[in-house]
Design a protein around this ligand. Structure first.
Ligand code: HEC
Length: 139
């Protein structure tokens, strides 16, 4: 009896981890679509951007702060930034995305082109948006 319970709970854990993995890979594939629709025209399909005009998103070390990424998508970003030694002083307009699209595209850019970071959930995006409204400062 004890063994049966053990097997059942192990089975449930395996299923849970399986659906977790599926949720992750569907977020990444949705994120790729969002990226291709809303971001790729400037940041390019390999995330490398156009030096001096559109910053690279690949292995720059600038994508660690997920709240900042939510803010960039929600409110745009302007003014001087330094990306791997190249200076940018341009402007990116805000992009109107749902919380889910925002989470998916952040997951995609943070896990593509050699980038690796934990997945962000839709709930975390919603919380970050609230922080932005309260006057969250990215810089
Ligand atoms: C019309 C061109 C354009 C589009 C489309 C665009 N961006 Fe940008 N992005 C820029 C520019 C220009 C900057 C730099 C702004 C500055 O100089 O302050 C930037 C900056 C960024 C940064 C900050 C990079 C860093 O190293 O700090 C991130 C992150 C970013 N964009 C993500 C995105 C995402 C995600 C999308 C799609 C949802 C997107 N961008 C769409 C032009 C664009």
């Amino acid at each position: 009896m004890k063994k049966a319970i053990l097997f059942i709970s192990l089975g449930m854990m395996a299923l849970a981890s399986q659906s977790f993995k599926q949720a992750n890979s569907s977020s990444l594939s949705n994120g790729k679509n969002v990226y291709e629709t809303y971001c790729m025209s400037c940041h390019m399909d390999n995330g490398a951007g156009v030096s001096g005009a559109f910053p690279s998103l690949a292995k720059t070390g600038n994508l660690a702060d997920k709240n900042r990424l939510v803010k960039i998508i929600l409110q745009g970003v302007r003014g001087p930034i330094n990306v791997k030694g190249t200076k940018y002083d341009g402007e990116m307009a805000s992009i109107s995305l749902s919380d889910k699209e925002t989470a998916d595209v952040i997951n995609y850019i943070r896990n593509s082109w050699g980038n690796k970071a934990p997945m962000i959930t839709v709930a975390e995006v919603a919380a970050a948006k609230k922080a932005v409204v309260k006057g969250y400062q990215a810089y």
